[in-house]
Design a protein around this ligand. Structure first.
Ligand SMILES: Nc1ncnc2c1ncn2[C@@H]1O[C@H](COP(=O)(O)OP(=O)(O)OP(=O)(O)O)[C@@H](O)[C@H]1O
Length: 233
């Protein structure tokens, strides 16, 4: 088995706040992972450490057999929750901008995906709706030829049409040699596409494993397990 991410006893403190505590996880090639947990559970912090945007306070992290560095950044396509595309640009200019930033950006693929996402190349980014902006962000991220894709809350605040477009795009474009990590608390929306799930709570992994196995063992949907785990049943 080929693990593209391996973390051992990973810990992250922001001053006295423990954001991640003793995280031991492996992410296997060819799988889509759900990183689940309520607000403040540590999902974004973990993704940012994988993307080498934050450093862990202690513990070990291996990305594609290497320690996180400028080099491993090139293997990771991370989509943050923030809007990272300038509003004054036209959509087509945002493709050029991304191509300048990332050598692995596949512009042709992005153009194809934008058609599927029903986004006009000549529209200004600032005039896109929330759902259209989210679709553009996903398109830019997924059009990189990376090994590890991480989408932070890709479905938040979107209508059902945008959500289903994004899910379809994730399934169609997922490369069996890569890893996809999706953070969310909208579990029922995404559970059908997750091979594995990691439940985080107050910075700790409280449950992790294969989605199907977990569902069978507990006789519950992932959403029901989520409610049980976080005590909202
Ligand atoms: N830059 C920072 N400085 C101080 N504390 C931080 C910082 N970033 C995150 N934290 C804290 O670390 C903890 C984990 O935050 P994180 O953003 O990783 O959680 P999350 O699961 O992604 O939450 P959400 O679902 O709300 O995005 C929280 O208690 C948060 O307040």
């Amino acid at each position: 088995m080929n693990y593209l991410i391996n973390c051992i006893n990973l810990q992250k403190n922001y001053m006295s706040k423990k954001a991640l505590i003793d995280i031991n996880l492996k992410f296997q090639e060819g799988k889509i992972y759900g990183l689940l947990g309520p607000n403040g559970s540590g999902k974004t912090t973990l993704m940012k450490i994988f993307a080498d945007l934050h450093k862990q306070t202690s513990g070990e992290l291996v990305i594609c057999d290497e320690k996180p560095s400028h080099k491993t950044r090139a293997y990771v396509a991370y989509m943050p929750t923030e809007n990272f595309i300038y509003g004054w640009m036209k959509v087509k200019e945002s493709l050029g901008f991304y191509a300048d930033m990332y050598a692995d950006f596949d512009k042709e693929k992005a153009i194809e995906l934008l058609k599927f996402m029903e986004i006009d190349m000549n529209q200004k980014v600032s005039s896109l709706s929330t759902g259209q902006r989210a679709r553009l962000k996903i398109t830019l991220t997924i059009s990189r030829k990376a090994k590890i894709y991480m989408l932070d809350e890709p479905l938040n605040g979107l209508d059902p049409i945008s959500r289903s477009k994004i899910k379809e795009c994730i399934i169609d474009q997922f490369d069996a040699e890569g890893v996809m990590i999706i953070s969310t608390h909208l579990v029922n929306e995404i559970e059908q596409i997750l091979d594995e799930v990691v439940f985080l709570d107050h910075g700790e992994v409280i449950l992790a494993g294969e989605t199907e196995k977990m569902r069978l063992e507990k006789g519950k949907s992932l959403e029901e397990i989520y409610k049980e785990v976080y005590g909202h049943a």
